[in-house]
Design a protein around this ligand. Structure first.
Ligand SMILES: [Zn+2]
Length: 138
């Protein structure tokens, strides 16, 4: 993978290595996730990949009953809803991902501020195998 490839494809290649990476603008010290090839703040393109903290807390969530295709294939849907959440990482960066380890059928029991840790979920077979980022409640 080229070091100057700040695409979502590159981000997913890192995920496949179980690494949570973001793009860091060296000029103005801003972190981006999803990564960006150019900094929208200072318009610089001196970006570097940096490893992000894998722990954070849940700051928002929603339960999904009408799942997109990839999630239906993973067994989710009307009868087996899942949780999509926004996690604030220890460095303050927010990221949205699936939340594991909480009951999507009991959203009233899910607490904002729940500590979570990144988990790398592999779905699909062989060539179609892809690694997805999720966070598990601790
Ligand atoms: Zn910048």
């Amino acid at each position: 993978m080229a070091d100057n490839d700040f695409s979502n494809t590159a981000f997913h290649q890192y995920l496949a290595e179980y690494k949570l990476m973001g793009a860091h603008c060296e000029a103005c010290d801003t972190l981006y996730l999803p990564p960006r090839p150019m900094c929208p703040k200072c318009f610089g393109d001196d970006m570097n990949w940096v490893e992000l903290p894998e722990r954070g807390e849940l700051i928002a969530f929603t339960t999904i009953h009408i799942a997109p295709t990839a999630m239906i294939e993973a067994g989710y849907g009307r009868d087996n809803p899942y949780i999509s959440g926004v996690v604030r990482l220890e460095n303050g960066l927010s990221i949205s991902a699936q939340i594991l380890g909480l009951d999507a059928n009991k959203p009233e029991e899910i607490m904002i501020g729940t500590p979570v840790k990144a988990e790398y979920v592999e779905r699909g077979e062989d060539e179609a195998k892809k690694t997805f980022l999720a966070f598990r409640a601790e």
